[in-house]
Write a protein that binds this ligand. Structure first.
Ligand SMILES: NC(=O)c1ccc[n+]([C@@H]2O[C@H](COP(=O)([O-])OP(=O)(O)OC[C@H]3O[C@@H](n4cnc5c(N)ncnc54)[C@H](O)[C@@H]3O)[C@@H](O)[C@H]2O)c1
Length: 347
């Protein structure tokens, strides 16, 4: 099998924790070079993942002709400039979420990639969880009837840290909603096949002292009239929340705990009631069928890298497009606008 030759830009955070280990397991990927602003991290990633080169600047990495694609996982404020440089160097780009600090800037970046004829994909990797794909299939097959209500939750404990890029608007683009809520609403749209059309939201900084919100919730009206609820908090201990994912339809439901995570796992109960027919005041109906979802689980980051690699190899559309990522970024921006103006915002 032909392998895509990769360079990794920003290899010390999520890249080291998840994406590089995932890339090592990808059938169609070969790591050539790593780069980090912190040279020690670059050197240690080179050793750990057996790369040929380690750099502390992107120019040297982008100058390597055999590199076909880059994965960019630097802090968000650097994404625009690094993606543009990669596009100009003719490299395809798998870019971490959010693409840039604003949806406007993200759109410009998508246009630049088009101009230089390189593919851009975005790291909304929760879509690749086997259970999430199975949920999507159940809904596509009509097993839940019409979707009426959904919820997705992602939390962690993220205390004040000096000079932390994620805790400032100018370097992170937003707080818990932009960082984690964006995964949740993307996932709900992806699984249900429904797009949000209107947003109401409340967010703020309650527990910590940083500038961006440490907690926020949004309610989205979906295109079929269903209501989706997202809560994303930096102020709930990791072990205190189970990162719920709930989807309810007119004929059944999906109730998951722990699937919204960086590791494929969690528990999913599916309940299928079938068509309820006419109103029955006594509620005497056939008992619903409930089962626990079971499947062989994999690595979402491996599938993300393989999926983007296959899009390059087969010249197809990447599994998570810039268009999708810009839509959910706009949606989170609308959530901030709703909070500020205390109004519902139409998308
Ligand atoms: N999809 C996911 O599972 C997931 C999880 C966490 C973070 N992320 C995203 O990944 C990106 C990075 O987040 P993180 O948590 O790894 O951040 P981080 O701060 O933990 O790590 C960022 C790395 O980039 C390096 N760096 C700093 N400036 C750089 C520059 N100019 N060029 C290259 N490298 C530079 C840092 O030294 C560090 O090693 C963000 O976009 C974030 O939203 C995605």
């Amino acid at each position: 099998m032909k392998k895509i030759k990769w360079g990794v830009i920003g290899c010390g955070g999520i890249a080291d924790r998840r994406t590089l280990p995932g890339m090592m397991l990808a059938d169609n990927a070969e790591l050539i070079a790593v780069m980090d602003a912190n040279n020690e991290l670059a050197q240690s990633a080179k050793e750990k993942y057996n790369a040929q080169y380690a750099f502390d600047n992107i120019e040297e990495l982008l100058a390597i002709p055999e590199i076909e694609a880059v994965y960019i996982a630097s802090p968000v404020a650097f994404h625009a400039q690094q993606t543009e440089a990669a596009a100009k160097a003719g490299k395809h780009i798998l870019l971490e979420k959010p693409m840039t600090l604003t949806s406007k800037e993200s759109q410009k970046l998508a246009d630049i990639c088009e101009k230089y004829n390189v593919k851009i994909g975005v790291g909304l990797m929760m879509r690749f969880h086997t259970y999430h794909q199975m949920m999507k299939k159940l809904i596509e097959d009509g097993k839940l009837g019409e979707i009426v209500s959904m919820r997705a939750q992602l939390t962690c404990w993220y205390p004040d840290m000096p000079n932390n890029w994620r805790q400032k608007k100018a370097t992170g683009g937003g707080g818990s909603l932009m960082d984690m809520g964006i995964h949740c609403i993307d996932l709900l749209q992806y699984i249900s096949g429904l797009k949000a059309t209107e947003i109401a939201s409340m967010s703020g900084t309650q527990i910590f002292n940083y500038e961006v919100e440490d907690g926020g919730s949004l309610i989205a009206r979906m295109e079929n009239g269903a209501v989706a609820y997202v809560d994303a908090n930096f102020n709930i201990p990791d072990d205190a929340a189970v990162c719920k994912l709930e989807i309810y339809g007119t004929e059944g439901s999906i109730f998951a705990e722990g699937t919204i995570s960086q590791v494929e796992g969690g528990n999913v109960r599916v309940t299928i009631c079938g068509n309820q027919g006419g109103y029955d005041a006594a509620q005497n109906r056939e008992p619903a069928q409930s089962y626990i979802m079971e499947a062989e689980l994999g690595n979402m980051y491996t599938k993300e890298v393989e999926g983007f690699g296959n899009a390059i190899l087969n010249d197809t559309v990447p599994p998570v497009t810039a268009e999708d990522a810009i839509f959910v970024q706009k949606l989170i921006e609308s959530a901030y606008e709703s909070n500020d103006k205390k109004k519902f915002i139409k998308l």
